[in-house]
Design a protein around this ligand. Structure first.
Ligand code: NDP
Length: 263
């Protein structure tokens, strides 16, 4: 039997074991997926081998440490220096990042996206902006404060703080701030959010497990939207496909992983 795990701190809340085990069970794939509470990210590699893992996911705060722990990095992870999926190929650790690709997969039914506004300038915004630019989308970033905008300017994004914001027409607005996660805040002043949502076709939120005030506002306006569960599902499907080395079909993985969200 193959063994997989998610490394994180904290990790108790992670939905990944349920998501992946539901796929394995329903597709009769001889594997088990567990969680590892890893305090020291520098111990990731030795813990991976000590447990005899065939693959792993990595979550906060060890994604950058995971990049360093791998023997080879493939795909989008190279660009962002952050790894969320590790595959054991003949005792070599191959690192991937499925977070941003998972988001693109999750919004594949959103049509004709060309111009995107990202709310927030943290780690999630970094990965998504790099991916969106790769897709040749026009990317703007709106953040509460100026500090973190330098990275996005260097990528070629149009950057605003709340004070300098100039409204344009967008195809998609994505909330990557943590506003609404543990409070009832909007990611920017209420009037600004109302205006933005009046000038976009689609909305998405990285937060999952609740309808945030941002998503509620988008839904009230009748916008087609996705919550963070779609992003979580998307990265999980792509990670499962990599970890099982394409032995399972993406459609089957999708079907059963989605089913796990009903539990
Ligand atoms: P970071 O801590 O790296 O960045 C947080 C960002 O949010 C910063 O830009 C910060 O602005 C902004 N912010 C925080 N509080 C507020 C507020 N009250 N109003 C406006 N802006 C605010 O976070 P991450 O990028 O790691 O994560 C962001 C969110 O995405 C989290 O809620 C996380 O749960 C979720 N997430 C979901 C995933 C999924 O699979 N669905 C995957 C990864 C993350 P400032 O610079 O001014 O401080």
């Amino acid at each position: 039997m193959k063994l997989f795990a998610i490394f994180g701190d904290p990790v108790a809340h992670s939905r990944s074991p349920l998501m992946h085990n539901t796929v394995f069970k329903n597709l009769h794939y001889d594997a088990c997926y567990t969680r590892v509470h890893l305090l020291d990210g520098s111990k990731l590699r030795e813990t991976f081998f000590a447990l005899g893992l065939s693959g792993a996911n990595v979550t906060v705060p060890h994604k950058e440490e995971a990049f360093k722990a791998c023997d080879e990095i493939r795909g989008f992870a190279k660009k962002v220096g952050v790894v969320n999926t590790i595959v054991n190929e003949n005792d070599k650790l191959i690192g991937y990042n499925t977070d941003a690709d998972g988001f693109i997969y999750a919004i594949s039914e959103f049509e004709n996206i060309k111009k995107v506004l990202i709310l927030g300038a943290g780690g999630t915004a970094k990965a998504l902006s790099a991916k969106f630019l790769e897709e040749s989308w026009d990317v703007s970033v709106l953040n509460r404060s100026e500090n973190r905008l330098g990275y996005f300017k260097s990528l070629g994004c149009t950057c605003f703080t709340w004070d300098s914001f100039k409204l344009e027409e967008y195809d998609l607005v994505v909330n990557t701030t943590s506003a609404g996660l543990k409070d009832d805040n909007l990611p920017a002043p209420s009037e600004m959010i109302e205006n933005i949502l009046n000038h976009t076709r689609y909305a998405a939120d990285a937060i999952y497990g609740k309808v945030t005030p941002f998503l509620q506002c988008a839904q009230n306006k009748g916008l087609t939207s996705k919550d963070g569960a779609a992003m979580l599902l998307g990265q999980g499907i792509l990670a499962n496909e990599l970890m099982t080395r394409n032995e399972l079909s993406k459609e089957d993985i999708h079907r059963f992983m989605q089913e796990s969200f009903l539990y």
